[in-house]
Write a protein that binds this ligand. Structure first.
Ligand code: IMP
Ligand code: MG
Length: 178
């Protein structure tokens, strides 16, 4: 049996996202027609809450991609898969990528390089709900981070363990109760 220990409550998450949204709004306030790209499935809840906290001069254009990496339930293999990568022409636009977590860093690094090659953006930044720098394999630092974590594996608020627990409104740690 698995039990989930709460690490961040819904209220703590909302408070932090309001701060992040404020910071991003300051940085975006003069940008023309910004594009926000959510990386599915993990960014589902974070994206929905974050965009509601961004105030910008021009309305946001919202896009989604779906990226994943093969591997076990708690460890990625290294190869980034692109099950859905259908973006409109967003050449030379200001792009903000929204991710659930930067762990090994492979997904984020891959996707930002892809966007640079394809669209030569006017600016390109990444907001991650979580950063787990102790698990980093490639050099990468997100521009905006909700929480920096030190635990090995977390679930909830969009993040899954074998496609379970994404719907939890809090962030938790799986603990084995045997
Ligand atoms: P990467 O290792 O930085 O490429 O992360 C790849 C993806 O693995 C993330 O976008 C998440 O969807 C998933 N992932 C990484 N760490 C965790 C975790 O602790 N819990 C749930 N999913 C995770
Ligand atoms: Mg996942």
């Amino acid at each position: 049996m698995s039990k989930i220990k709460e690490l961040y409550s819904p209220a703590q998450i909302q408070l932090r996202i309001a701060e992040l949204g404020f910071q991003i709004s300051q940085d975006m306030k003069d940008l023309d027609r910004p594009v926000v790209i959510g990386v599915m499935k993990g960014a589902l809840l974070f994206m929905a809450d974050l965009v509601r906290n961004i105030k910008s001069k021009d309305p946001l254009q919202i896009e989604f991609v779906r990226l994943s990496s093969y591997g076990s339930a708690t460890e990625s293999s290294g190869a980034v898969q692109t099950p859905y990568l259908d973006l409109p022409n967003i050449a030379h636009r200001h792009i903000l990528v929204v991710e659930d977590i930067v762990d090994s860093g492979r997904t984020a690094k891959f996707f930002l390089e892809y966007l640079k090659d394809q669209f030569n953006p006017a600016s390109l930044r990444l907001a991650a709900f979580l950063d787990n720098p102790s698990r980093r394999v490639v050099g990468f630092s997100p521009d905006y981070v909700g929480f920096t974590i030190v635990v090995l594996f977390v679930v909830g608020y969009g993040l899954d363990y074998s496609e379970q627990y994404r719907e939890l409104p809090y962030l938790g740690q799986l603990t084995n109760t045997g």
